[in-house]
Design a protein around this ligand. Structure first.
Ligand code: BEZ
Length: 251
């Protein structure tokens, strides 16, 4: 995973939609009490806590020590630890793996898929959602055009936003049987008049690399995007999700 550093409290305060939208994913997972479930990229622990409260034997891992510390502080007693999705220590231990809004931070998709496969027992399932092809393209395109206008170099992207076909191939190459995969638009409300600027600072700092005056840059970005992403008194990020259900075939 990218060596992204997170402000875990800001993440909860301003970006709780990340876990909020995950509720649909939990429904899709449909974990039964007693099942062993890994939350791969557990963030601040909400889903691990919800699963544990429902009697599921839930374990969370996240690459960010700050997120794991906050998860443990918010939900004492849940099992969470620091681990990289490209190098998980689990072997055939879980009935299911859940992953929400994380895999787009792992460009080494084949390595991550192989780790998720290894973590599952034969017959176990993967239910995942993350940014798919075209995700946040309005924000990304406008910020890149603005950078070019300021004479700044191309910013390398830390994101991986695959198509349905591209990610199905990644999963199949890792040994999974893909049961379903779909791509859908999910405009996502960013709270506050500064919602867009807060989002860029938190999730897209690469787009600010080398920018002398980030406040002015972000104000200009807002002007460029207002017509497309500001409506009903709020900023809306042009999120596009890729959701997948896949199974590690039984032996
Ligand atoms: C997403 O959840 O789609 C996302 C979050 C941060 C950066 C890029 C995408």
């Amino acid at each position: 995973m990218t060596p992204q550093t997170w402000d875990a409290e800001l993440y909860d305060a301003r970006h709780s939609f990340v876990t909020g939208y995950g509720a649909a994913l939990l429904d899709l997972l449909d974990a039964a009490p007693g099942e062993r479930v890994l939350d791969a990229g557990c963030g601040t622990g909400e889903h691990v806590a919800q699963l544990a409260a429902a009697g599921v034997d839930a374990v969370g891992v996240d690459a960010s020590p700050a997120m794991v510390r906050r998860a443990a502080a918010r939900f004492p007693g849940i099992r969470v630890s620091v681990a990289d999705l490209r190098d998980l220590p689990f072997r055939e231990e879980f009935d299911a793996v859940l992953s929400n809004a994380v895999l787009h931070w792992v460009p080494e998709a084949g390595r991550a898929a192989a780790c998720l496969y290894s973590a599952l027992r034969p017959g176990g399932r993967l239910v995942a959602e993350f940014g798919g092809a075209g995700n946040v393209s309005a924000i990304d395109t406008a910020a890149r055009a603005l950078r070019a206008g300021h004479g700044l170099p191309e910013a390398a992207s830390p994101w991986y936003f695959p198509t349905v076909a591209g990610y199905a191939r990644v999963l199949e190459d890792a040994g999974f049987e893909v049961r379903a995969a779909w791509l859908f638009d999910r405009p996502t409300r960013l709270t506050g008049a500064d919602g867009l600027a807060v989002w860029v600072r938190m999730f897209a700092p690469h787009l600010l690399a080398g920018v002398g005056d980030p406040d002015t840059f972000l104000a200009e970005l807002g002007e460029r995007l207002r017509a497309t992403l500001y409506r009903d008194g709020s900023w809306w990020a042009d999120y596009r999700r890729l959701r997948v259900v896949a199974v590690r075939p039984p032996r």
